[in-house]
Design a protein around this ligand. Sequence first.
Ligand SMILES: Nc1ncnc2c1ncn2[C@@H]1O[C@H](COP(=O)(O)OP(=O)(O)OP(=O)(O)O)[C@@H](O)[C@H]1O
Ligand SMILES: [Mg+2]
Length: 320
Amino acid sequence: MGWFLCPRKSSKKSKKPNQKHNDPISSASEKLKLNSSLDVNENSNGGSGRIAAQTFTFRELAAATKNFRADCLLGEGGFGRVYKGRLESSNQVVAIKQLDRNGLQGNREFLVEVLMLSLLHHPNLVNLIGYCADGDQRLLVYEYMPLGSLEDHLHDLPPDKKRLDWNTRMKIAAGAAKGLEYLHDKANPPVIYRDLKCSNILLGEDYHPKLSDFGLAKLGPVGDNTHVSTRVMGTYGYCAPEYAMTGQLTLKSDVYSFGVVLLEIITGRKAIDNSRAAGEHNLVAWVRDPCLLCYDNLCLKNINLLVLGLQYRPREHVLF
Ligand SMILES: Nc1ncnc2c1ncn2[C@@H]1O[C@H](COP(=O)(O)OP(=O)(O)OP(=O)(O)O)[C@@H](O)[C@H]1O
Ligand SMILES: [Mg+2]
């Protein structure tokens, strides 16, 4: 999937963004401001406000991943590669993201990610175990999520891979919504995630979902302000149109992205899919197109049925 203005990618094979340095933390002093001003409700499903991330040396993480061996590679995103590893000190299995070292691109996102995930804790947010900032190396160490990302289970499935059943889809959607609710309603000031998409919803045992990748996250508006003004960043297909047009970011921008994810979960289609027929490339546009009724009546009926299934005997629905 393409990038949006200064965007994140969604396809694992996409190129890195041209420019990643935007409005997130721009200096150490801003970092401290974020650090001291973000507060989380202690009684809100695991939020504790504590800073828990450990620091690792590059040598420790190289040892954990057998020197970043190809067979430890879990995937690749816009900022670097993710490896499975085992920490020698604790024997814990982890996922290690090694950011590309071209210049220090991604360094701001690295800082934001470390700060945000050090302060925000919830059962539906991925756990940051630690980080490494040795020389120009930047690595993030996360809990390992054994079932990969939601994208891995929704799109481009090999023929032998089982499709998600309806209940599992709803469980994932509900868990992602809880993670978002925590960011919006429990964190103070609220946090706007800005990167909600299927590849950033990671799945643990029993398909327990957790939001990941907080490098684009922004502190939300406070007081009487309705929005924060930022340079537009996000992934094409998931970015709220009013934010894309004005740069005015609100909590609702995340809700829009959540709606796109929900549509993907329900229809099994990608947010952007250029391999489809003209008029069907953009999932939101396709679903909103009144002509859908005429030329794809059956599909619309299916969507309606599935949405109904949310409220009524979901077990009885057979998917796709
Ligand atoms: N904690 C983790 N546990 C297990 N697998 C992970 C973990 N984090 C990432 N991965 C795997 O690595 C892949 C790449 O992740 P990454 O976040 O770098 O890129 P992305 O989400 O696909 O794209 P983007 O850079 O736009 O966010 C994921 O799709 C997922 O399969
Ligand atoms: Mg990601």
